[in-house]
Design a protein around this ligand. Sequence first.
Ligand code: NI
Ligand code: MN
Length: 220
Amino acid sequence: MQLTWLGHSCVLLTGSKKVLIDPFIEGGSVQGVDPDIVAVTHGHNDHMGETVALNKKTVAITEIAKYLKTKGVPVESMNIGGTIIVDGVSFTMTAAMHSSFLEEAGVGFSAGAAAGFVIGMDGVKVYHAGDTALFSDMKLIGELYHPDIALLPIGGRYTMGIAEAMIAANFIGAKTVIPIHYNTWEKIIADAMSFKKAIERTTDIKVQVLKSGESIQTGS
Ligand code: NI
Ligand code: MN
């Protein structure tokens, strides 16, 4: 499987299927990606992004799925704690400590809870934490699902910062950690290299700092 960080929280998994998570790129577009499945962690604009325009099979929490259905988007509705298999790809929806909200034409409405995903494809498990604070039940995500790769926000202000993400990485226990949700805007500037150095000095975890558009190959 190939994992590509497209920027911010947007990650593309390419294997037996193409799975696109949180299809938002600041100042760009994911229209060229053509995924089989889209997964959305929560309702904020910087995660919903182009979900409606893509109009692909979309995995989302019940409230967002209902909204997408009214837009004609094919949905796979689920909720936190559940696991579904979509076209051979497994999606476990995990808790996230964050808010969620949908906005349309200046009107905002509830989008249910914010979430994360553990996605399993071709024998590789990837945990995308979504937007979240550090919470100790991340240990359970590690114990239950044993993700190979963890995508963790490090930008601070709206999510964990570097100090919290270091503890999160230890809780989850994935061999590889990839920082996301940083440096998109001035308010979420973070030094990913200092995060990498600090983790790699004290643990066996490897931190892959990717440039936007950069990929890593993983799995057998
Ligand atoms: Ni958010
Ligand atoms: Mn966000």
